[in-house]
Design a protein around this ligand. Sequence first.
Ligand SMILES: Cc1cc2nc3c(=O)[nH]c(=O)nc-3n(C[C@H](O)[C@H](O)[C@H](O)COP(=O)(O)OP(=O)(O)OC[C@H]3O[C@@H](n4cnc5c(N)ncnc54)[C@H](O)[C@@H]3O)c2cc1C
Length: 361
Amino acid sequence: MVKRDLIIVGAGPAGLSAAKIALEAGLSVTIIERSPMLGGQLTKQTHKFFGSKEEYAKTRGIDIAKILISELDNYKDKIEILQEATVVGMYKDYVLTIYQGNKYFKLEAKAIIIATGASEKVLAFENNDLPGIYGAGAVQTLMNLYGVLPGQEVVMVGSGNIGLIVSYQMIQAGVKVKALLEAAPTIGGYLVHAAKLVRLGVPIITKTTVKKAFGKEKLEKIQTVKLDDHWEYIDGTEAEITCDALCISVGLSPLHQLLSMAEIEMIYVNELGGLIPKKNSNYETSMPHVYACGDVTGIEEASSAMVEGKIAGLMAAAGLGNPHPNHKQLEKQFKDQLMNLRQGPCGVKIRQGLEKAGEAI
Ligand SMILES: Cc1cc2nc3c(=O)[nH]c(=O)nc-3n(C[C@H](O)[C@H](O)[C@H](O)COP(=O)(O)OP(=O)(O)OC[C@H]3O[C@@H](n4cnc5c(N)ncnc54)[C@H](O)[C@@H]3O)c2cc1C
């Protein structure tokens, strides 16, 4: 088996940013991506991003993906990209099993960066498997990648940024968003996004969840219920809303499975979305030369995923004895950038999570 210098699993903002820095340092890089497209979540994000200039603020997610991909163009002789290739196994001997085109094969690496992102959480209620009930990511993929509407009259569950943004995108696409339900007493995402929905007449109903879905072949209506301060149903507060689609946006969980399979040390941190790898300040896990970055290390944003990816790429190169010519300066720059991104009220949960995970902020 030919041993690759560095294999990066996942070509979202974290994986692509890691690749660029590792290539700059002189490593040969293999990127493995299960989707036919490079860019991860960015490929379906038609809205303009917040943040700072370094992380492409005011640029649409889909355009950020194009920039990150084009940055790899100068390294054609040093980069190998496998698309529609899923890594299904990762072992302690630095071997990965890959499934591509109905075939399984193995690749070995001197160093590995796991940048697999996250998966959507589901909500438990009666009939939650009826056709017409989607995750918010699935709705974004349907609409923004394939031009297919999820339904005509939709109810959204979850008022985090994803729930708010996808609701707005559905309205832009001509869907009627009948209501947005939120189990907490307050809206979770940025108020600027919520205000747009309210102006467009979408009722945001807090302390309320879905109790049951109805429909013969597909979703026809839902039953909602109010929640008390302990998140228990309040009997007698049930109400019905007719809709042909329900969009669930109740959080993301890091896609940690490959790391767990290699018996890398993990820790459960609720604030960061669930099970994440323990890592040092260089984004190296408990397995030497295996790094993790982006949402797989805790749910944050594309901006922090890109910076974490750059740190992982920098450290993977140094770990293999190929330090980037500007290693010291870039390490300081990236770590300062990350600290700045996590400042302020929006970063409170992330700071708490990192503290629980025993990581410096
Ligand atoms: C609706 C929505 C709006 C958002 N808005 C913003 C915003 O305005 N600003 C912002 O900064 N962030 C935003 N985000 C968050 C941002 O998109 C994510 O934090 C970011 O994409 C995480 O980057 P990542 O590279 O870690 O993961 P991802 O982008 O999820 O990329 C992971 C990649 O790994 C691949 N992969 C996974 N498992 C395997 C495997 N086993 N084998 C091969 N490939 C694999 C996946 O196919 C994917 O391409 C938003 C997210 C959503 C869903």
